[in-house]
Design a protein. Structure first.
Length: 335
């Protein structure tokens, strides 16, 4: 650096010379940057996979000071997360001005493991608060070697929306209801529908029963006495619309029976949030299933052989319906 001064020879030249000397003295004492070296980054997190964009470095100056330097906040405020769901959630929250990543611990050590600086010991600060330490003086006596920055980072909560689904599992759902005729409960709808029953309207689900005729005789369904109900209910909804349906020898059919569920509501609902610790406990895209109820059912099938002298055959299946709730990620983000 080169300076030139033009001070005329007079009593006014003395202040000019003093100013020049002060400027030269200031230039001589301004610390010069001698170099820098990268810091090893160690992330302790169940959710954050990579934060290398932070680019921490130790910068050494001629006055023996060593300062911490970090990349601009915009480069690392949304680190790479371990799952796409978490990545979407963190990015969506950041775009809406909400920081969900919490800095719980931040410690700088030298190569021997000695602590050079503790920025956050046990706290819950926004991850972006780390930027305030970007010019922190780490050392004034030398140049630490092999330094590492240890960070513990987690979201404060999971801010996504989960969709609640219902799964039904049937136990003891098979029986021989007539000689050579086997019935099995296959499935049931989880969203009730309104059906007219005389002067009232029922909220009914539909249970599907598979009939297999392994005999050499044909059977005709009596829909007036065929139906389903909860085991403890006082009335059964019948399948009058199926009355007269023929089940030929060796044939099979799936019949749909209405059923009123009074003791349990199996209609799916919506959950808007979930605890982070539950989200992190072996997340596989769904949360659950959670057993909500065990419901004993009674399914009655009445058949009559096609022969003129055939008698009416009534069979009963008594399955237990297990209602399981399952939560799947519908959308990540801040609500």
């Amino acid at each position: 650096m080169r300076f030139s001064f033009a001070c005329k020879t007079s009593h006014k030249a003395i202040p000019c010379l003093l100013a020049a000397l002060a400027l030269l003295s200031a230039c001589a004492t301004t610390p010069r940057e001698l170099g820098s070296e990268p810091i090893q980054l160690r992330i302790d997190s169940r959710t954050v996979a990579d934060l290398s964009a932070l680019e921490p470095r130790l910068v050494h100056y001629s006055d023996k000071r060593t300062l911490l330097r970090l990349a601009p906040t915009e480069a690392w405020r949304v680190p790479r997360m371990r799952t796409p769901e978490l990545q979407e959630m963190v990015a969506h929250c950041d775009a809406n001005g909400r920081q969900v990543l919490q800095l719980q611990r931040a410690v700088l050590r030298d190569g021997a493991g000695e602590v050079l600086a503790t920025f956050v010991a046990d706290g819950r600060q926004p991850l972006t608060s780390l930027e305030q330490y970007a010019s922190y003086v780490v050392s004034t006596a030398g140049h630490p070697k092999g330094a590492s920055l240890e960070l513990t980072v987690e979201p404060d909560a999971f801010h996504g929306r989960l969709r609640e689904e219902v799964q039904l599992v049937f136990r003891d759902s098979e029986a021989e209801i007539a000689p050579g005729v086997h019935a099995s409960v296959e499935s049931m709808t989880t969203t009730p529908q309104e059906i007219a029953l005389g002067r009232r309207v029922a909220q009914a689900n539909f249970i599907y029963v598979k009939l297999q005729n392994r005999s050499d005789h044909a059977y005709v369904l009596n829909g007036h006495d065929t139906g389903a109900m909860e085991a403890g209910a006082s009335h059964m909804l019948t399948a009058i619309g199926l009355h007269g349906t023929t089940l030929p020898p060796g044939g099979a059919a799936v019949i749909r029976l209405p059923i009123e569920l009074l003791g349990v509501d199996v209609e799916p609902g919506y959950e808007r949030s979930i605890r982070l610790q539950d989200y992190l406990a072996g997340w596989d895209g769904s949360y659950g299933p959670v057993v909500m109820a065990l419901v004993p059912l009674r399914v009655q099938i009445e058949l009559q052989g096609s022969a003129p002298d055939a008698t009416m055959q009534r069979g009963v299946i008594t399955p237990v319906m297990q209602v399981q709730k399952l939560y799947r990620l519908e959308r990540a983000g801040c609500f």
